[in-house]
Design a protein around this ligand. Structure first.
Ligand SMILES: NC(=[NH2+])NCCC[C@H](N)C(=O)O
Ligand SMILES: [Mn+2]
Ligand SMILES: [Mn+2]
Length: 323
C-alpha cells in the first residue's frame, strides 16, 4: 500500500502518531533512565495526546528493553562503552522508527538515554528521503552537543556521541559498531541546529567550529532572548524542510528538571523549553520528536517535576496551545 498522502507542510493532518517507548540506558552509566517511558505514560501523556490533542496513536503497548540484544561480552572498542549493545539496539530502533515514518505518521520516541537518537534520527531521515525526496533537518535541544567521536570522548559514554555517527563525522566498517549506518540514514551538518548548549567538551567545540555547525548556546539565549533565537534557528533551516526535534530534558535548568543523569546549571526555563517546542510545531514541518534523559530514579523528590516538564514539552511540540 502506498504511504498516505501528506499535506505540503509535512505534518500529517490525519493526526496519525507512531509512539515508540524505549527503556534503554546503555549509552551511559546511571540506571533509571530506562524507567522514564513508563513514568511519562503513567502520568497521562498518551491519554492526553489522544483525548486533548486528538491524535490517533499507533503504539505496540510495550516499553522496549531489547533484552535479546543486550550483549554480555561487550568490551570497550575505540574507547566506547557497551559498543555492541548500543549499536544493536539503535539499529533495531531505527527500523521501528522507519516503519512508522514511512506510513506518514509523526513519530514520538520516549527514551531512554540520548544514544537512542542514532536509531530515531536514522529511521526518520531514511523515510523522509524516500517519501519526500528531501533531506531532513535536526534541532538538538540540549545542555550538551553529544557530538564527541569515540576518540574525542573523555567518558566513553555513547550518549555523548550520537551526532558524530549520524553526521558521518564518526563511522566504522560494516559489521563493526555503528557500521550499519548507511548514507541515506545520515544527516548533514549544515541542517543541524543546537539550542541550549552550556557544557561542550573541548574536542566538541573544535568539531562544531571546523564544520560550521549552527549552535545557540545559553549565552545566545541570554543575549537575544528565546524568541529571536528561534527565529534565527528556524531561519537557518529554511521553510518547508522536515524537522526532527531531539529534546534532551537536561537542556532545562535543574530547577525544572533535576532528575537527569548529567544535569548542568544555568539552563532553559520551563517556559523557554515549551516555547521552543511550540515554535517548532508552528512551522508545520515537524515530523518526529525524541524526549530523552529523564531519569525518575535520580533526585527522587524532583522526579515528578521532571516527568511533568517532559510531558509539557511533548504536548507543546504536538500542538497544545495556551489559548
Ligand atoms: N546525552 C547526554 N546527556 N550527554 C552528556 C554527554 C556528556 C559528555 N560530553 C560526554 O561525552 O560524556
Ligand atoms: Mn544533555
Ligand atoms: Mn543529550
Amino acid at each position: 500500500m502506498d504511504a498516505p498522502t501528506i499535506q505540503p507542510k509535512f505534518l500529517p493532518k490525519s493526526n496519525e502518531l507512531g509512539l515508540v517507548a524505549v527503556g534503554f540506558s546503555g549509552g551511559q552509566c546511571k540506571p533509571g533512565v530506562d524507567a522514564a517511558p513508563m513514568a511519562l505514560i503513567e502520568s497521562g501523556l498518551v491519554d492526553q495526546l489522544k483525548d486533548d490533542l486528538e491524535y490517533n496513536i499507533h503504539y505496540d503497548g510495550q516499553v522496549h528493553a531489547y533484552g535479546d540484544l543486550i550483549c554480555e561480552d561487550d568490551p570497550d572498542y575505540r574507547n566506547m562503552k557497551k559498543p555492541k549493545t548500543v549499536s544493536a539496539v539503535t539499529e533495531r530502533l531505527s527500523s521501528q522508527i522507519y516503519e512508522h515514518a514511512k506510513e506518514g505518521r509523526f513519530v514520538l520516541t520516549l527514551g531512554g538515554d540520548h544514544s537512542i537518537a542514532v536509531g530515531t534520527i536514522s529511521g526518520t531521515a531514511k523515510a523522509i528521503r524516500e517519501r519526500l525526496g528531501r533531506e531532513m533537518a535536526v534541532i538538538w535541544v540540549d545542555a550538551h552537543a553529544d557530538i564527541n567521536t569515540p576518540e574525542t570522548s573523555d567518558s566513553g559514554n555513547i550518549h555523548g556521541m550520537p551526532v558524530a555517527f549520524l553526521t558521518g563525522l564518526a563511522s566504522d566498517k560494516p559489521g563493526m559498531p555503528f557500521g550499519w549506518l548507511k548514507d541515506d540514514q545520515k544527516i548533514s551538518t549544515k541542517k543541524l541546529v543546537y539550542i541550549g548548549l552550556r557544557d561542550v567538551d573541548r574536542g566538541e567545540k573544535k568539531i562544531l567550529r571546523e564544520n560550521g555547525i549552527k549552535a545557540f548556546s545559553m549565552h545566545d539565549v541570554d543575549r537575544y532572548g528565546i524568541g529571536k533565537v528561534m527565529d534565527m534557528a528556524l531561519g537557518w533551516i529554511g521553510r518547508d524542510t522536515p524537522i526532527h526535534l531531539s529534546f534532551d530534558i537536561d537542556a532545562l535548568d535543574p530547577m525544572w528538571a533535576p532528575s537527569t543523569g548529567t544535569a548542568v546549571r544555568g539552563g532553559l526555563t520551563l517556559r523557554e523549553g515549551d516555547f521552543i517546542a511550540e515554535c517548532v510545531h508552528e512551522t508545520g514541518s515537524l515530523v518526529a520528536l525524541d524526549l530523552v534523559e529523564v531519569n525518575p530514579r535520580l533526585e527522587q523528590h524532583g522526579a515528578a517535576e521532571t516527568v511533568r516538564a517532559g510531558v509539557s514539552i511533548v504536548r507543546c511540540a504536538l500542538g497544545d496551545t495556551l489559548l
